[in-house]
Write a protein that binds this ligand. Structure first.
Ligand code: EPZ
Length: 426
C-alpha cells in the first residue's frame, strides 16, 4: 500500500504550476465521441481519472495516441455503439457523460452507473429528465442508465428546466442536444468553468452552444461535428488547494497557470481571513500575513464557494484565531474529513450540515485516511501545517485528481514523500 508521509511545520515558498482541470478534462474527453473525427486535447492532467476515460473510450473502439505528457490525440471515427465494460465505468462518476455523448451520436446509450467518491446520495434524475425531454426513452436500474430514441424522429430540441444546478446534468444535456433537431434551451443550468469549457470545445468542433456560464444556455442543433485542437482550462480546485496550503504553512506561493476569475470566491474568503492574495494575468500570489480571522463559509454552485474546496478550507478554519463555520449545501456526506482532523487535534462540531471549528488549533501528527478526493487533499494541507511526521493513507483518492502533488509540494520546500508499504494489504 502506498502512503504519503509528511514532516510538516515548515512554510512553503516558491512557484507551483497548476495542471489542467480534472472536471473539465473528463467531460471534454467523452465529448470527443460527438466529433466522429480526430481531436487533439492539450493541457490534460496526468491523473488516474483521465486514464480511466481513455480506457473506456478504447473499449468501444476509439484510438488514443499520447503525443506528449499532457497532449493526446483521440480518434473517435471507429467508435461502435457498444456498451463499455461496467468495471471500467464504475470507477468514476464522470463515466455518465458517455451516456449523453453516445445518445447524441448514435441515438442510443447503455452505460453502467458510476461510482466515484462517496459523498452521499448522488442521483441522476436530472440527467434522465434532460434525455427524456429531448425525446429519448430512458430506463434506469441500479446498475445501468439506458437511453434510446426512435431513429426516424431522433432527438428534438426542447426547453429543459433544472430543478437544481447540476454540473453533470447540464453537461450531459449539452452533449445530447448538440446534434439534435432544432434548438434546446437549458434553464437554471450549472455555470461552472468546466461547463463553459465543454461548450467551448464543442463549438470548436462546429457546434452552436451559446450562453454557457450564464443562467440560460441555448443549443442550436447542427448536422454534424468535426475534430479540433483544444486546450483544457487550468484546475481551479488544484489552484485553490495550493492557495490554502500557502496560508496554512505561513508561507508564500506564486501559483502559475490559473484563471484568477475562476478563483474569485476562494480569493475573497482568504482575504476575509487576512491572507494576502495578489492577482496577475495568469497567476495568483498567496502569502500568510499573520493571525487569521475566523469566518463563515457556505458552499454554493458556481460562482459561489466551491464544495470541492470545503475540506481544504476547513483546515484553515481550524487555524484561525477564533470560532469559524463551514456550511455545506451540495453534498450530504462531505464531512467525512472531520474525524481525520479531530485525530490531529482539531475541535470540530457538526450539526445541520454546518461544521463549527473552535480555531487556534495546534495540529498534532497522526495517521489519517483520505476519505475522498478532496478530504485527502485536506489531509495533505493539514499535515504540511503540522510539526512532526503525519502519515496519510488511501492516497489513490488523491491521485485521482492531483497531478504529481508530492513532487509539486517538494519543489516549494515541503518535506513530503510517497512511500510504498508492500507488506500491508492494499
Ligand atoms: C461535479 O459532480 C463534480 N464532479 C464534483 O467534483 C463536484 O463536487 C460537483 O460537480 C459540484 O460542483 C465532476 O465534475 C466529475 P452535480 P456532479 O450534479 O456533476 C444534485 C471532485 O471532487 N443532483 O453538480 O455529480 C446532487 O445530489 C468531485 O472533483 C440531483 O439532485 O455534481 C448535488 O446535491 C466531487 N439530481 C447537486 O445536484 C441529479 O440528477 C450538485 O450535483 C444530479 C445532481
Amino acid at each position: 500500500m502506498e502512503k504519503i508521509i509528511v514532516d510538516g511545520g515548515k512554510p512553503l515558498f516558491g512557484t507551483i504550476e497548476v495542471s489542467g482541470m480534472k472536471n473539465a478534462a473528463v467531460a471534454v474527453i467523452f465529448a470527443t465521441v460527438l466529433s466522429n473525427d480526430i481531436c487533439v486535447l492539450d493541457n490534460l492532467p496526468e491523473i488516474s481519472d483521465v486514464a480511466d476515460c481513455f480506457a473506456i473510450l478504447e473499449s468501444i473502439g476509439a484510438r488514443i495516441t499520447h503525443v506528449s505528457a499532457d497532449t493526446v490525440e483521440i480518434d473517435t471515427r471507429s467508435i461502435r455503439d457498444a456498451e463499455a465494460p461496467v468495471k471500467l465505468v464504475q470507477k468514476m462518476r464522470a463515466s455518465y457523460y458517455l451516456a449523453g455523448a453516445m445518445l447524441g451520436r448514435f441515438g442510443k446509450a447503455k452505460v453502467g452507473l458510476p461510482g466515484g467518491c462517496n459523498l452521499g446520495e448522488r442521483p441522476v434524475d436530472l440527467h434522465v429528465k434532460a434525455f427524456e425531454t429531448l425525446g429519448a426513452s430512458v430506463t434506469l436500474s441500479d446498475e445501468y442508465i439506458e437511453a434510446t430514441v426512435n431513429p426516424e424522429r431522433g432527438l428534438c430540441g426542447k426547453n429543459i428546466y433544472f430543478d437544481c444546478c447540476s454540473v453533470g446534468a447540464t453537461i450531459n444535456a449539452i452533449l445530447a442536444a448538440v446534434l439534435a433537431k432544432g434548438s434546446t434551451i437549458l434553464e437554471n443550468p450549472a455555470r461552472e468553468p468546466h461547463v463553459v469549457d465543454v461548450a467551448n470545445f464543442l463549438n470548436a468542433c462546429g457546434a452552436d452552444v451559446r450562453g454557457a456560464g450564464t443562467s440560460i444556455i441555448k443549443i442550436n442543433g447542427v448536422e454534424r461535428l468535426h475534430g479540433c485542437e483544444y486546450s483544457i482550462i487550468p484546475d481551479m480546485i488544484e489552484a485553490g488547494t495550493f492557495m490554502v496550503a500557502a496560508a496554512a504553512t505561513k508561507g508564500k506561493l506564486y501559483i502559475d497557470n490559473v484563471i484568477p476569475k475562476h478563483l474569485e470566491t476562494i480569493t475573497a474568503k482568504l482575504i476575509e481571513m487576512g491572507v494576502s492574495v495578489e492577482e496577475y494575468d495568469e497567476a495568483v500570489c498567496v502569502s500568510y500575513e499573520g493571525e487569521m480571522t475566523p469566518i463563515h463559509v457556505k458552499t454554493l454552485p458556481y460562482p459561489g464557494f466551491p464544495t470541492d474546496m470545503h475540506p481544504q478550507m476547513s483546515v484553515l478554519l481550524c487555524l484561525a484565531n477564533g470560532e469559524s463555520a463551514m456550511s455545506e449545501t451540495i453534498w450530504s456526506n462531505r464531512f467525512r474529513y472531520v474525524d481525520e482532523l479531530r485525530r490531529m487535534g482539531a475541535k470540530i462540531t457538526v450539526a445541520d450540515k454546518t461544521a463549527t471549528f473552535e480555531g487556534n488549533t495546534v495540529f498534532k501528527p497522526a495517521v489519517v485516511k483520505s476519505c475522498d478526493l478532496r478530504a485527502g487533499a485536506a489531509m495533505v494541507v493539514a499535515a504540511l501545517a503540522t510539526k512532526g511526521i503525519t502519515t496519510i493513507e488511501d492516497i489513490a483518492y488523491i491521485e485521482r485528481g492531483y497531478v504529481n502533488i508530492v513532487e509539486k509540494i517538494r519543489s516549494v520546500g515541503g518535506n513530503i514523500q510517497k512511500v510504498n508499504f508492500p507488506d500491508e494489504a492494499s
